[in-house]
Design a protein around this ligand. Sequence first.
Ligand code: NAD
Length: 246
Amino acid sequence: MATALITGASQGIGACIATRLAKDGYHIAINHYPSDGDKANAEKVAAECRDLGVEAELFAADVSSYDQCEEMVKAVKTRFGTIDALVNNAGITKDGLLVRMSEEQYDAVIAVNQKSIFHMLKLVGTVMMRQRSGRIVSLASVAGLYGNPGQVNYSASKAAIIGMTKTAAKELGSRNVTVNAVAPGFIKTPMTDALTEEQRKKMLELVAMKRYAEPSEVASVVSFLCSDDASYVTGQVIEISGGLMM
Ligand code: NAD
């Protein structure tokens, strides 16, 4: 059976993608940030996946560290034998207006959201090239396509993911490895729970469908991109935004 590795899968969209890919029949390698809280949440996600009849295992790693990613990828390969799908989901925000943003805020978001993609594309891309098959999906954002006030660090990291996706698609395509990105809009998760009621209202004014998405509406698109049905789709960015108007 095929194996999927999902980063930052202890909660939110990542947890939902893990259970969706388990339903699709993938064994699940759940990456979580190395903290007790994330481990406890990831255990619950693993239990849900096992209830769906597949194997699921936890792999702790801070994806902003190349060494930790390298250890994790080795461990997943040893445990499951292959890595057939990779979902780069882990991400953080540290919002602030451009003129007030500290260098620390900027660097932290780039390290987790962008540099991690380099680590994982390089390490898992190598495994998949040798396998001569694989599916990679990374979580970008509408902020990377259109920008968003207060998120110069986040939108830079997400725009970079789009460029990296297209380049990796070109480099890995001849080995039957597809590389795509999804660009969610406003999704109901702990990340967006942090917004104020006023921010929420303002954002929904821009959305044609006048509602937030459920994490499952992102997971279903990721599931498609990881399926045989998407075998000739690569280098694409699929917006999941309910019709975001600029
Ligand atoms: P979330 O905060 O609920 O979950 C993020 C996950 O990433 C958590 O499990 C966290 O522990 C993990 N993580 C953070 N830093 C990590 C690190 N260094 N190493 C390993 N894991 C780490 O967020 P979410 O809303 O579920 O977002 C998931 C992805 O979707 C992110 O990449 C986010 O940027 C993207 N996204 C979210 C929205 C939204 O509206 N929620 C919109 C567009 C894009």
